[in-house]
Design a protein around this ligand. Structure first.
Ligand SMILES: Nc1ncnc2c1ncn2[C@@H]1O[C@H](COP(=O)(O)OP(=O)(O)OP(=O)(O)O)[C@@H](O)[C@H]1O
Length: 374
């Protein structure tokens, strides 16, 4: 089973440029999480920090009991072996065919025989649907195939944590769904902890168990998927709907005057773009029939049940509904409704759900004034 990744108070700058600050979240063991955020908010920087390629100046990243910001380089080397990483372009070696690309980590990091390597490589190529393409060079195949080859290579060392940077970039919606299905199937097969960085709303709505969002140097929230997908936070709603109306601007920082101007345009009949009906919860993708059950599903149910009372009421209802669909409502309701949630302020609870932005969370300059963050 994949290991938990626990991030606490993480802050990263490049020189005087603060990328994000005080980011705290836990990727639960073996679950699939997505980190959303507008372009340039530091999602890739976060992903590279998790594997120790970039070094945040504050905070901790605890993986399998080791804080990778404090450990020796030898320990970091060992921790890195737990990871499989799919970078945006697949990061394949252009001069090697797909077989050799996928075999590369096995030849570099293990003493396995070529016949053992062959078995593993063919197995992973089959998992990502690339059997028959092993002799092709990266330059001879499509972007989607390159991504799948990169994914196969990320899997050969049996990673416990898989980091995936924008699996959808450069892919059409159908291929994006295929790669989403592959990620879910991989999770079912090897039960790895998976973090996907993306700004694809369809993927975010259908793939993960948990969703987080970065915006204006803060982690806006992180928690069960139902929390973000039912959120009323302006930045989340704008992001999900893809409209120009809201705190996200072309260059990220949008001030009050700009927001008022855009609102006036819309009131005068200008189309703000995006779609209005991207709301609510749609069913989560399941492993392809014939694959093992995702073990994360049962673990997540138990985990979410424990924190349910700390979540916003819309998220609670959505979670209870999803359990209803699974035929669990009657046994679950007894547990859920012991508490009077309507009387609770979820922001005061000890929870990983960190809603920071609301309508009153911006000062006169349009800068955020985070509240409720732990
Ligand atoms: N090695 C680096 N040195 C200096 N600045 C960097 C470095 N890597 C990233 N940055 C800066 O960090 C910021 C966040 O970049 P990052 O690629 O993480 O954003 P992102 O959210 O992944 O964006 P996108 O969705 O467009 O891929 C950018 O301003 C980028 O220029």
């Amino acid at each position: 089973m994949g290991v938990e990744v626990s991030v606490e108070g993480l802050t990263k700058s490049f020189g005087s440029q603060r990328i994000w600050q005080d980011v705290s979240l836990t990727l639960p063991q073996g679950e699939v999480s997505v980190l959303l955020g507008p372009s340039g908010t530091g999602k890739s920087v976060f992903l590279k920090s998790l594997i120790g390629l970039l070094r945040p100046e504050q905070g901790s990243i605890v993986i399998d009991g080791t804080d990778i910001l404090q450990c020796s380089s030898k320990e970091l080397y060992e921790i890195r072996k737990l990871f499989g990483v799919l970078f945006q372009d697949g990061a394949l070696f252009g001069s090697m065919n797909l077989y050799d690309n996928v075999a590369f980590p096995l030849r570099e990091h293990t003493k396995k025989s070529e016949s053992d390597i062959r078995k593993i490589v063919m197995d992973k190529l089959e998992l990502v649907g690339l059997l028959g393409a092993e002799d092709k060079l990266p330059g001879e195949i499509s972007g989607g195939m390159r991504k799948r080859a990169g994914l196969a290579r990320a899997l050969v060392l049996d990673p416990e944590i898989i980091l995936v940077d924008e699996p959808d970039s450069g892919l059409d919606p159908v291929r994006t769904t295929y790669i989403s299905q592959t990620l879910i199937d991989i999770n079912a097969e090897i039960d790895a902890t998976i973090l996907i960085v993306s700004h694809n709303i369809n993927l975010a709505r259908t793939v993960p168990d948990n969703i987080g969002m970065l915006f204006r140097r803060q982690l806006v929230m992180f928690g069960p998927r139902e929390v973000l997908l039912t959120s009323d936070e302006p930045v989340v709603k704008q992001f999900l709907n893809g409209t120009m109306i809201g705190p996200i601007g072309m260059s990220e920082e949008k001030d009050e005057a700009q927001m008022a101007h855009e609102q006036a345009l819309v009131e005068a009949g200008h189309h703000a773009g995006g779609v209005d009906d991207v709301e609510g919860i749609v069913p989560q993708m399941k492993a392809t029939p014939g694959m093992p059950e995702r073990k994360a599903v049962a673990r997540r149910k138990a985990r979410v049940r424990q924190i349910l009372h700390t979540l916003p009421s819309a998220a609670q209802s959505a979670i209870v509904d999803s359990l209803d669909e699974d035929g669990e409502a009657s046994s679950a309701e007894g547990d859920y409704y012991q508490d009077d949630y309507s009387q609770r302020d979820y922001r005061d609870d000890d929870t990983q759900v960190i809603p920071v932005y609301s309508a009153d969370a911006y000062d006169a300059e349009g800068h955020n004034q985070p509240h409720g963050q732990k």
